[in-house]
Design a protein around this ligand. Structure first.
Ligand SMILES: [Zn+2]
Ligand SMILES: [Zn+2]
Length: 304
């Protein structure tokens, strides 16, 4: 199954001519998950390869305007496009009340169900083929970081071993690969006899707005992709941390300690017209660091 990340808004605080405010989409197969939905996100979706009708779940990190003000407009557009499927919106405590407020602005009665879910740090929800976990971020209002982790894949099939055990090539191979027992000449062959260790799926972690903190390292551990707050460069570290944000260098330090595959820096302050210096300082710590930009697409491949 293909897994893509679409950066829809990579700027912090307010939209600039180069960057819209926070929104990231994860497309897994035919499903789109939206993480944060800053003002104007629906327009960003329209300009991307995505369809907003494919969004099944929205995860909001916290209730600063640059992370959720795009919701009411998106809800109304979905209605005008005849959406019938339920839409699930997850967020920290207060999500249900906020949804109620957003749904009672002006004349709007949704024709589809919009269902709010409130999450606590440490919660995890199992979906079809993956789970979403959250932890508390270190921000100046209640905020969550999220990770999407795919279910483990079955181990590699050992054809030689199967043949040695007398399993003929054909449909019985497929059964064993799917984790089912088979009978051969009155002998039971179980999948563990012919399959290697289960292989991990892919993991994507999104910090949301946060100052660096140690517990997050464990949360992000082993991610293929980490998307991290990098509001400023190191010269403004004290100020960034005071407001519950990280610098590019601090994001890279987290990435290094968490042993992630790639780091994407986001929530870039509108003060930077050119964000290359942020990428440069991050790469001094962690080579696989990239400044995300609006409409950047990243494929996350399965490890061999
Ligand atoms: Zn923000
Ligand atoms: Zn914030």
């Amino acid at each position: 199954m293909q897994l893509y990340i679409y950066f829809l808004g990579t700027g912090g605080s307010w939209p600039s001519s180069d960057r819209n405010v926070s929104a990231t989409a994860i497309k897994r197969g035919g499903e789109v998950l939206l993480l944060d939905c800053g003002e104007g996100t629906q327009r960003q979706i329209q300009k991307s390869a995505l369809s907003y009708m494919q969004i099944t779940k929205i995860f909001i990190t916290h209730f600063h305007g640059d992370h959720f003000l795009g919701l009411p407009g998106l809800f109304q557009t979905l209605q005008l496009n005849d959406r019938k499927e339920e839409l699930h919106v997850y967020g920290p405590r207060g999500m249900k009340k906020l949804l109620y407020q957003l749904l009672h602005l002006g004349y709007f009665t949704p024709s589809y169900d919009i269902i709010g879910h409130e999450m606590e740090g440490g919660d995890e929800i199992q979906f079809d083929g993956y789970k979403v976990k959250c932890t508390y971020a270190f921000h100046n209002v209640p905020a969550l970081s999220y990770s999407l982790e795919e279910d483990k894949r079955p181990g590699r099939f050992n054809k030689k071993k199967a043949l040695e055990l007398g399993v003929p090539e054909g449909p019985l191979f497929g059964k064993l690969q799917k984790g089912k027992e088979v009978e051969v000449n009155g002998k039971t062959i179980t999948p563990d006899m012919v399959l290697g260790k289960p292989r991990p799926g892919r993991k994507i972690t999104i910090s949301g707005d946060t100052a660096p903190y140690d517990a997050f390292i464990e949360f992000a551990k082993g991610s293929d992709v980490l998307i991290h707050d990098a509001t400023t460069d190191s010269s403004l570290e004290e100020k960034a941390n005071e407001y519950g944000h990280s610098t590019a260098r601090q994001a890279a330090e987290i990435a290094l300690k968490a042993g992630v595959g790639k780091l994407y820096l986001t929530h870039i302050s509108p003060r930077y017209r050119d964000a290359k210096p942020l990428e440069k300082e991050a790469r001094e710590v962690f080579a696989e660091s990239y400044v995300a930009h609006d409409f950047m697409e990243v494929e996350v491949k399965l490890k061999k």
